[in-house]
Design a protein around this ligand. Structure first.
Ligand code: PLP
Length: 302
């Protein structure tokens, strides 16, 4: 049982298009229609109906904190193993800016290239009792020889995450997200669940009569990277959903702070207000170029 892809879950948590949905019997939970937050009483009820072997926790597009302790209580109450995919928020948890799922989960998985800010890769943490099964599922189950260069890159990533500067980074990612979200809202945009507690936010484009694909494509032409994303209870197609997702990890790495978040918020709001206005788009491109020039990618993070 995992979070529905349409409501913030990930493809690998049971989508019918993914191996997880093809190999396993999947049941999902989502968010409340009003609050757009996970309603733990509903998850509990659903778990009692389904009695899953595994409770998958984690998301790709949920802008809020998860109550991991409560999820574990739900898993325990139905005899399920709790697995948390912390891919999105691993760096925030490592830096102390988001609760850690590790004390509450039997197994924790993550990618290393998101908020952990490493090269593309993955990691599985588990309790001793699951170690043998996981090791043999990796090799010989699915993987051949290890990629030593990728393992070295993961070591560098974990080394960076242990530094005090990473704690500052994680805190700034979340602080920046709050400023960006507030600016977008001041400019009249509706955010799913009314804001953010982590590094990401979702703009609901329905009140503006727009769709995600068009906004994503035009944003690309003016130096703004967003990605189209379903919003909870979206009636539009997955291929052209009603939302876009934004995040602050990469701009924070470049050293941007609250002033720049307000500037980015204004660029995004101006874009959405004048998607077809050439002069507007030219002005936004100048502003994003100016930001990128003033905050170049750091050569070294340590
Ligand atoms: C929650 C979650 N798990 C796993 C992944 C998989 O990451 P990758 O793209 O490295 O396969 C993602 C990526 O979007 C994700 O959001």
């Amino acid at each position: 049982m995992g979070m529905d892809l349409d409501q913030g879950g990930h493809l690998t948590h049971g989508s019918p298009a993914n191996f997880s949905g093809k190999l396993y019997e999947i049941h999902s939970y989502g968010v409340d229609r009003e609050t757009e937050l996970i309603d733990y009483d509903v998850v509990q009820k659903r778990a009692e109906e389904v009695r899953p072997k595994m409770l998958m926790v984690g998301y790709s597009a949920y802008p809020r904190v998860i109550d991991f302790k409560r999820m574990r209580e739900i898993a325990d109450s139905v005899g399920a193993t709790m697995v948390t995919d912390m891919a999105h928020f691993a760096g925030l948890a490592a830096g102390g800016a988001y609760p850690s799922p590790v004390p509450h989960s039997a197994i924790v998985t993550t990618t290393t290239q998101k908020t952990l800010r490493g090269a593309w890769g993955g990691m599985i943490l588990c309790r001793e009792e699951h170690a043998k099964a996981i090791d043999s599922a990796v090799f010989p189950g699915t993987q051949g020889g290890p990629l030593m260069h990728a393992i070295a890159a993961k070591a560098v990533c974990f080394g960076e995450a242990l530094k005090p500067s990473f704690r500052e980074y994680a805190a700034q990612v979340v602080a920046n997200a709050k400023v960006l979200a507030a600016r977008l809202q001041e400019r009249g945009l509706r955010l799913v669940s009314g804001g953010t507690d982590n590094h990401l936010m979702l703009i609901d484009l329905r009140p503006k009569g727009l769709k995600g694909r068009q906004v994503q494509d035009i944003a690309d032409t003016v130096g703004i990277t967003v990605n189209r994303n379903s919003i909870p209870f979206d009636e539009a197609s997955k291929f052209n959903p009603s939302g876009v997702r934004l995040g602050t990890p990469s701009v924070t790495t470049r050293g941007m702070g609250p002033d720049e978040m307000r500037e980015i918020g204004d660029c995004v709001a101006d874009l959405i207000e004048g998607l077809e206005d050439r002069a507007n788009l030219d002005r936004i491109r100048e502003r994003t170029l100016d930001l990128a020039r003033r905050f170049p990618l750091p050569y070294s993070l340590s």
